[in-house]
Design a protein around this ligand. Structure first.
Ligand SMILES: NC(=O)c1ccc[n+]([C@@H]2O[C@H](COP(=O)([O-])OP(=O)(O)OC[C@H]3O[C@@H](n4cnc5c(N)ncnc54)[C@H](O)[C@@H]3O)[C@@H](O)[C@H]2O)c1
Length: 271
């Protein structure tokens, strides 16, 4: 292995879902910074557009797609559009996700289904159509790497997050099944999951607000202190902490890594 180039993604094409803001936006920036052409998609139209403009301003070759990850037809269109516009598909980051804080006894079945639909069905459809496209004979056909955003909450219990935890546990198991299947079939596609701790994106802020709203913390300050105490490293994550791990899993440096679950959480799961 040439370690000087193993972490670079020159000549590769990546698609990042849910990239209008938060982790997805930073992951797209990171992939572009190490040489990838990047397609970004989001259900928020002007958000995907803004990310594309931001990436292009730093010299990246980027395209944007309006894309609801729960819709199979839109997956087919987004993947076909990426291959047509950027010349292939080597990396998929299934990042789009939603959370909703509710005590299990109060969680509505509608809310439960909505979370599974975006987080699990969305990731399933992404894996399905990316594997088809990346496999030999597929529209891209040169193998690839899929990174699925799970969560520390997919490995340990988090109060008021049973629906979210169930969805992220499903992403973890789906990742392993996909990795084994792709390995055994010899299609050249690696599939891994990432498990972040708390990062104060819109979703992270919503989680803190939820603890106060549900009466589980008296105010924001104490909600933040309680969650910070779960992180042995003593700080919340930054989007870049997660993006750097995506670069590794997407790159040839991780060529023998598949079906792995990588905690990027300041030590939450280890504690
Ligand atoms: N922030 C954290 O602390 C944290 C921790 C662990 C895991 N994660 C996971 O990381 C991923 C990104 O989280 P984030 O913090 O950036 O969240 P965020 O809410 O800031 O951003 C999520 C993005 O996904 C998009 N999205 C939502 N539903 C969609 C759909 N149906 N189709 C397409 N796009 C859709 C949103 O428009 C938004 O741009 C999620 O999967 C989340 O579960 C986040």
């Amino acid at each position: 292995m040439d370690y000087r180039t193993a972490f670079r993604l020159d000549g590769k094409v990546a698609l990042v879902t849910g990239a209008a803001r938060g982790l997805g936006r930073e992951i797209a920036r990171a992939l572009a910074a190490v040489g990838a052409k990047v397609a970004v998609s989001d259900i928020i139209d002007d958000g995907a557009r803004a990310t594309v403009e931001w990436l292009r301003a730093s010299g990246a070759d980027a395209r944007g797609f309006v894309h609801d990850v729960t819709d199979e037809t839109q997956w087919q269109q987004t993947i076909a559009g990426t291959i047509e516009a950027l010349g292939g598909l080597d990396i998929l980051v299934n990042n789009a996700g939603v959370e909703s804080g509710a005590l299990l006894a109060e969680c509505t079945v509608e809310d439960f289904h909505r979370i599974q639909d975006v987080n699990v069905t969305g990731t399933f459809l992404g894996c399905k159509h990316a594997i088809r496209a990346m496999s030999p004979g597929g529209a891209a056909g040169r193998g690839g790497a899929i990174v699925n955003l799970s969560s520390a909450a997919g490995m340990i219990g988090v109060i008021a997050h049973s629906a979210y935890g169930a969805s992220k546990g499903a992403v973890r198991a789906l990742t392993k099944a996909a990795a084994v299947e792709c390995g055994r079939l010899g299609v050249g596609v690696r599939v891994n999951s990432l498990h972040p701790g708390l990062i104060l994106t819109a979703m992270g802020e919503q989680l803190l607000d939820g603890l106060v709203r549900l009466g589980l913390a008296p105010d924001r300050k104490q909600a933040q202190a309680a969650l910070l105490a779960l992180h042995p490293i003593g700080r919340f994550g930054e989007p870049a902490d997660v993006a750097a791990a995506v670069i590794y899993l997407a790159s040839d440096a991780a060529r023998w890594v598949t079906g792995a679950e990588l905690s990027v959480d300041g030590g939450v799961v280890a504690a």
